[in-house]
Write a protein that binds this ligand. Structure first.
Ligand code: AMP
Length: 283
């Protein structure tokens, strides 16, 4: 069995562990996660391993990015399995602060992202989400001072928000996006997939299939509005409650009037039962 990574749970312990990693010419990559690790997360760790000499993975289920009605309390927590997976990927350090370390009493400062964070996609349905994400990622960056940070394209709007924030606040961190890792039937891997019943799991790949069909039709020159309306209908007929299925500019996330205004990214969010799934692909 591979050696388990070192674990830091307090800021002094984190500083000591980082000092030990920061030998001459070492570069540090940070992979922020909420744990419940799957192959999507591990692809980020592998990319981090390739691009830096030391890999720090944070595991922190961030309460401030969940709304009161969301799943903070029931979010899967699989510490032992996570550590074994990270050992196999040769991660060097796991930063696992408690909520009281991240948000001590009297905590009163937040990062409020704009631009991609107000694109009227996820932010329309989860109004406090990107404020929570930007604040915690900003803290993780200043705590760990990585050279690079690796995020998944699975959370495409989040990737754009974090990239913008790192540049705007001169955090000195290069943000890298990794393509979405999927199950064999196309379903994007997600820690929340464990919530799906077997019937729901059977239907879930329709999101990816619908996006792929739509992308193909758009590449063939079909009318944008018609393609998107057809896709939305397919998703709803499959039993999803659709939050959005949209074609946006891949960089700015602005709505696009026609397919010549691309590059286009298709983004979808839909609920099946009580589980909300998101996904996206390039056209
Ligand atoms: P989470 O633990 O869900 O907050 O995700 C932590 C990081 O893993 C984020 O940068 C996600 O975008 C990324 N991620 C989650 N699922 C996948 C996936 N299926 N493929 C690639 N990256 C992913």
């Amino acid at each position: 069995m591979s050696r388990l990574p070192a674990v830091a749970r307090t800021l002094p312990a984190l500083r000591r562990a980082l000092d030990a990693l920061r030998t001459r010419r070492a570069t540090i990559a940070l992979v922020p996660t909420m744990g419940a690790l799957h192959d999507g997360h591990l692809a980020l760790v592998r990319q981090a391993r390739r691009r830096a000499s030391k890999v720090v993975v944070s595991i922190f289920v961030n309460p401030t990015q969940f709304a009161p009605h969301e799943d903070f309390g029931s979010y899967p927590r699989t510490w032992k399995a996570d550590m074994e997976k990270l050992a196999a990927e040769r991660a060097d350090l796991v930063w696992n602060p408690g909520v009281d370390i991240m948000y001590p009493p009297n905590f009163a400062t937040r990062i409020l992202p704009e631009g991609p964070a107000t694109a009227n996609l996820e932010d329309r349905f989860r109004p406090h989400f990107f404020g929570g994400v930007a604040t915690v990622v900003g803290k993780l960056f200043t705590q760990c001072r990585p050279d690079i940070a690796v995020f998944g394209q699975k959370d495409y709007q989040q990737l754009k928000v974090v990239t913008r924030m790192a540049a705007d606040l001169d955090l000195g961190v290069k943000v890298i996006g990794v393509p979405t890792v999927r199950e064999r039937d196309g379903l994007a891997m997600s820690s929340r997939n464990v919530y799906l019943s077997s019937d729901q799991r059977a239907v879930a790949p329709i999101l990816h299939r619908t996006m792929k069909d739509a992308a193909k039709r758009l590449r063939n020159g079909d009318d944008l509005k018609t393609v998107m309306a057809d896709g939305a209908r397919t998703i709803e007929h499959a039993g999803f409650a659709l939050d959005y299925f949209e074609a946006r500019h891949a960089e700015t996330l602005a709505p696009i009037p026609s397919i010549t205004d691309g590059p286009i990214r298709l983004l979808v969010a839909a609920k099946i039962g009580t589980t909300r799934l998101i996904d996206n692909i390039g056209v």
